[in-house]
Every structure is written in structure tokens, then in C-alpha cells.
Design a protein around this ligand. Structure first.
Ligand code: ADP
Ligand code: MG
Length: 226
């Protein structure tokens, strides 16, 4: 699907990504790592918002480095930001119609009953569901979700995770950066861990917390549940 080869990036001499190689298949991939590990930078590079200093991004064996975010979006590589853009003075349905005539995400995201509601009247959880629904309405081939549950209650986070688990399987690759490990591990097929710009783990969610390097680097050798 998408293959990163030796991606490096520095800011003001500080190496933020150090020769990261990673293949993203048709799967749900969880990306973990402490603050400042380079996760958001990695997403910015994959989605074309930043250019790597070195390395390749191969998509169907074509190198995507240098392409603009809009060109990558056309190829189906969609990135959502921590705060995703919803038009507050439009209804839920109108917001979705800015993306697609296909409103099936209304049902998937349990927003059917709210479709005539102005976005500004939604609860925080509903608003987040709408913004993620808008990303899915673009029918991405690779969706990059950067901390999609920040600021949400555990219940809302679990609800959205459940939705992503259900609907993510139709040929879409999804990469999720998220600190809530329990919720994340429930959904993803595979986990990678970044630490100081280097990939230190690539494997199954069942094994990540037992990994010595992960425990030392990420958890300070203590078991921490996010
Ligand atoms: N545009 C930028 N200019 C300078 N430094 C940056 C920029 N973006 C990120 N950084 C630095 O790069 C490091 C990694 O940041 P980031 O990718 O946001 O980490 P994460 O998302 O894993 O918390 C941090 O030290 C951050 O301060
Ligand atoms: Mg980040």
C-alpha cells in the first residue's frame, strides 16, 4: 500500500525523524510514542504538509515525495488534524454534503438523528464523530488520524473506536496516533512505537507492553495505562 523508506527530518539541527522505514498495508496501524517522538511530523510528511530531508514514500512503487497535500488527497491519502474542520453554522447533513452525496456515514457514525442539527449545537463527542465521518466520507485509501480522541470522555472514545473497527475494513488503511492504549489496542492489527525519531517496535498490540525497549524508552520501565 504505502512504504516509507529511510525517512529523515530535522528541525533547526534537531533530528526529529531518523531513517524511519515503515510499510502500511491494508490494515489498522496504531502509532505510539512519547510526546515529541515525531508522530505528527511523520503524518505531516506522509500527507505532504512537510517535505522529508531524505527518504522515499512509495505508493504503488511511485515516489510521492514533493507532492502537495491536495495531490495526495486525490490519491486517497487523507490526514485529519487534532481539530478537524466542521462548519459550525451548517447542519450535520450539510457538512457531509460538502464532501459527498453519499450520506451513508450518517448511519455508520450514529448521526442520523442529528442530521438537521446545526454543528454548533452538537456535543463534543458528536462533533468529533462528525469530523471523523467527514474524513471517511472522502473514501480515503489511507486515513491518518492524529489523536482523534483527545479531550473526549472514555465512553465517547470507545464509541468512535468501535465505529472505526466496524467500518474500517473496506479496503482502507488507517493509521492512528493515540495515547489511550486500551482503546487503541482493541482496534488496531499492528502497533509501531516511535521514540526520539526512531522506530523501536513493530508488532502486535499483545506484545508491545512486554517489549523491553518500549518499556524502557516509553514507559520509563513502568507499566502505564493511558
Ligand atoms: N515546524 C516545526 N519546527 C520546529 N520544530 C518542530 C516543528 N514541528 C515539530 N517540531 C519538533 O519536532 C519534535 C517532534 O514533534 P512532533 O512530531 O509533533 O511529535 P509528536 O507528535 O510525537 O508529539 C518535537 O521536538 C517538536 O518540538
Ligand atoms: Mg503529535
Amino acid at each position: 500500500m504505502l512504504r516509507l523508506v529511510d525517512i529523515s527530518k530535522s528541525f533547526d539541527g534537531l533530528k526529529v525523524l531518523d531513517s524511519v522505514s515503515l510499510e502500511i498495508k491494508k490494515e489498522k496501524l496504531g502509532i505510539l510514542g512519547p510526546n515529541g517522538a515525531g508522530k505528527t511530523t511523520l503524518f505531516n510528511i506522509i500527507s505532504g504538509f512537510l517535505k522529508p530531508d531524505k527518504g522515499k514514500i512509495l505508493f504503488n512503487e511511485k515516489n510521492l515525495v514533493g507532492k502537495k497535500p491536495s495531490e495526495l488527497a486525490k490519491l486517497g491519502i487523507i490526514r485529519t488534524f487534532q481539530i478537524m474542520k466542521v462548519f459550525e453554522n451548517m447542519t450535520v447533513e450539510e457538512n457531509l454534503l460538502t464532501i459527498s452525496d453519499d450520506l451513508s456515514v450518517l448511519r455508520d457514525f450514529d448521526l442520523e438523528a442529528k442530521k438537521k442539527e446545526l454543528a454548533r449545537n452538537l456535543s463534543q463527542g458528536e462533533l468529533r464523530r462528525l469530523s471523523i465521518a467527514m474524513a471517511f466520507a472522502k473514501k480515503p485509501r489511507l486515513l491518518l488520524l492524529d489523536e482523534p480522541f483527545s479531550g473526549l470522555s472514555k465512553r465517547e472514545a470507545e464509541k468512535i473506536m468501535g465505529i472505526i473497527k466496524e467500518i474500517g475494513g473496506n479496503g482502507t488503511s488507517i493509521a492512528i496516533v493515540e495515547h489511550r492504549m486500551r482503546e487503541l489496542f482493541n482496534v488496531v492489527d499492528r502497533v509501531v512505537v516511535l521514540n526520539s525519531g526512531k522506530l523501536i517496535f513493530d508488532g502486535s498490540p499483545e506484545n508491545v507492553l512486554e517489549d523491553k525497549a518500549v518499556r524502557e524508552a516509553y514507559f520509563g520501565n513502568k507499566y502505564v495505562e493511558g
